[in-house]
Design a protein around this ligand. Structure first.
Ligand code: SF4
Ligand code: SF4
Length: 203
């Protein structure tokens, strides 16, 4: 999968969950339309009166997730930028999404502000496959963040993790190794290793 393909899944689903954190540090989530996806950038808009708008301006961050009919989930978390040339972008968004004209008729559309999500982390998670398949990618200015677990040289080869793994994604060897693309990140291997040979990636 590419970043563009992942963002396009969100565009195809269109109505997806956008999460922010409010001024009290409380998570907030709502359904927002993905208005446009181009060149590894995701575009959306919201009205200046909404709490969502204030939270975007205050933190500059958002997390987005959606699931399609094939049980493919895409999750994006990153930095947003309010776009200059507001009227030009809102007109473009309305051209690409004509149903917006009935929600914000005439000049009322200009209460909306356009935003671009262009730096962050994308995660693709395919629950329609067995074993599951996942991929993580940094995009824009961000490098890919490491998640899940890795088996270190402390492994004694007992096989306990492999016997317990719900996706059977641990290969024998010295040390044993996790097929990262099939891992649920459930942590069962971590809890069952008798010599603590598992480490969280990226720590
Ligand atoms: S449970 Fe721990 S020691 Fe045993 S094979 Fe797995 S990683 Fe190695
Ligand atoms: S985290 Fe879960 S799915 Fe991944 S290797 Fe460990 S037991 Fe298997």
């Amino acid at each position: 999968m590419t970043v563009q393909e992942c963002l396009q899944i969100l565009r195809d689903v269109k109505d997806v969950a956008f999460a922010t954190v409010d001024e009290k540090g409380v998570p907030q989530v709502r359904i927002i339309d993905v208005m446009l996806v181009e060149e590894e950038k995701l575009y959306f808009c919201t009205a200046r009166g909404k709490d969502f708008y204030r939270q975007l301006i205050s933190s500059g961050r958002v997390a987005v997730t959606g699931l399609n009919r094939e049980y493919q989930m895409v999750r994006v978390a990153g930095r947003v930028r309010k776009l200059p040339e507001q009227k030009t972008w809102i007109d473009r968004i309305f051209e690409e999404n004509p149903s917006m004209k009935s929600v914000y008729p005439g000049e009322s559309r200009y209460i909306l502000e356009p935003f671009c999500l262009e730096n962050g982390q994308v995660e693709f998670f395919d629950l329609g496959k067995s074993p599951i398949y996942r991929e993580s990618m940094g995009f824009g200015m961000e490098r890919t963040a490491q998640k899940g677990f890795v088996i270190t040289d402390a492994c004694i080869g007992c096989g306990e993790c492999k016997r317990n793994c719900p996706q059977q994604c641990i290969e024998e060897g010295s040390p044993f190794a996790i097929r990262q693309e099939n891992c649920l990140h459930c942590g069962l291997c971590l809890e069952n290793c008798p010599v603590q040979a598992m480490e969280r990636r990226g720590e």
